[in-house]
Design a protein around this ligand. Structure first.
Ligand SMILES: NC(=O)c1ccc[n+]([C@@H]2O[C@H](COP(=O)([O-])OP(=O)(O)OC[C@H]3O[C@@H](n4cnc5c(N)ncnc54)[C@H](OP(=O)(O)O)[C@@H]3O)[C@@H](O)[C@H]2O)c1
Length: 313
């Protein structure tokens, strides 16, 4: 099969298209003929030797990629919940290597969900890691409740644009941040409020949030803690480099948490339900063939992605 192999950490020039053997699924695993994938910031960070390489060994030459949608073409033992020919999707193998940038991939059934029939392979793959991350961020402790005030930073990005839609579906009052360029897009997702982070310093935002989803990290995390009401909860998606945020949260009487997405069939099913019922949809701003993976990485690396970049076969 065709796979895009990262020969060594560094620039996109280190990607090579290779012919590699198709694997055999083991116990609890299926082989998927991949129809679509997508790129996430973790792909870019890992390519340069950071990102996933922090959480588990990544030793080039290596096939990156985590998001997939496709058809099951071989089933290992103990995979009774899925059958041959079924269309599935997921953000697979995380934390760990998934090797999704290939024509076929082996996935644990514990990491995939059935693809809603009404949703394309492209959209379901695009919603996989970003949707699962937003879902897991919102479902720490007892989750979101109707009427709560939610702030979503990076609301025009992969995670943020799905998070805005999920929080609205819970009946929350949602404010999203992005540059002014993406104001209309964020509003089109249903956000009640929009803040241009390039014009308004965080301490000037209206405060009193019950929950803040922070895909940015660093100073944004620290400043945002002050916008929470007592007992409010901030989930960041970028690992803090020190205990400053933890200490500030304690002083303010709010909850600070870093989460790392975990592949999960049951959580993926919840995202599938939201996609299938059109409560959420993934916005795809660019569809790039897998053979042009380098272009997809360069686009994502710009940090300006609106919605998602999908990888088509
Ligand atoms: N912990 C985990 O398990 C986990 C899982 C998934 C993602 N993540 C992390 O979460 C982050 C976001 O992921 P993503 O897929 O959403 O990325 P993304 O799609 O690349 O996000 C790009 C968007 O972020 C917006 N943005 C950039 N800087 C901003 C700022 N200071 N304030 C508000 N918006 C800003 C940009 O809007 P403008 O162009 O308008 O500026 C752009 O639309 C990444 O760092 C990723 O590694 C972590």
């Amino acid at each position: 099969m065709r796979a895009i192999v990262l020969e060594q950490f560094g620039s996109v020039a280190n990607f090579r298209e290779r012919d590699v053997p198709i694997g055999r699924p083991g116990r609890g695993q299926v082989l998927i003929d991949v129809a679509a994938g997508s790129v996430n910031p973790i792909d870019i960070k890992t390519r340069v030797g950071r990102g996933a390489a922090k959480w588990f060994p990544v030793i080039p030459p290596v096939i990156l990629g985590w998001d997939i949608a496709g058809k099951i073409v071989n089933c290992g033992p103990d995979t009774d919940t899925f059958s041959l020919g079924e269309d599935v999707f997921g953000a697979i193998g995380f934390p760990g290597l998934a090797q999704a940038n290939a024509d076929y991939v082996i996935a644990d059934v514990a990491h995939i969900a059935k693809k809603p029939a009404s949703i394309s392979f492209e959209e379901s793959a695009a919603a996989a890691m970003a949707g699962l991350t937003a879902w897991q961020a919102f479902n720490q402790n007892d989750g979101l409740h109707a009427g709560q005030k939610v702030l979503v930073h990076g609301a025009s990005g992969g995670v943020g644009h799905l998070a805005v839609q999920m929080a609205k579906a819970c009946g929350c009052h949602v404010t999203g941040t992005s540059s002014g360029r993406n104001r209309q897009f964020v509003q089109s997702l249903g956000a009640d409020g929009h803040i241009d982070y390039q014009k308004t310093p965080i301490p000037n935002y209206p405060g009193d949030f019950d929950f803040i989803l922070d895909p940015i990290g660093g100073d944004v995390t620290l400043a945002s803690l002050g916008l929470l009401k007592q007992g409010g909860h901030l989930v960041t998606l970028n690992p803090p480099g020190d205990d400053q945020a933890e200490r500030k949260a304690r002083e303010l009487g709010v909850v600070f948490q870093f989460i790392l997405m975990k592949s999960s069939s049951s959580d993926m099913e919840q995202v599938a339900k939201l996609l299938g019922s059109r409560v959420i949809s993934a916005h795809i701003s660019a569809s790039i063939p897998l053979s042009h993976l380098a272009d997809a990485h360069l686009l994502m690396e710009s940090g300006r992605t609106v919605g998602k970049i999908s990888l088509i076969r």
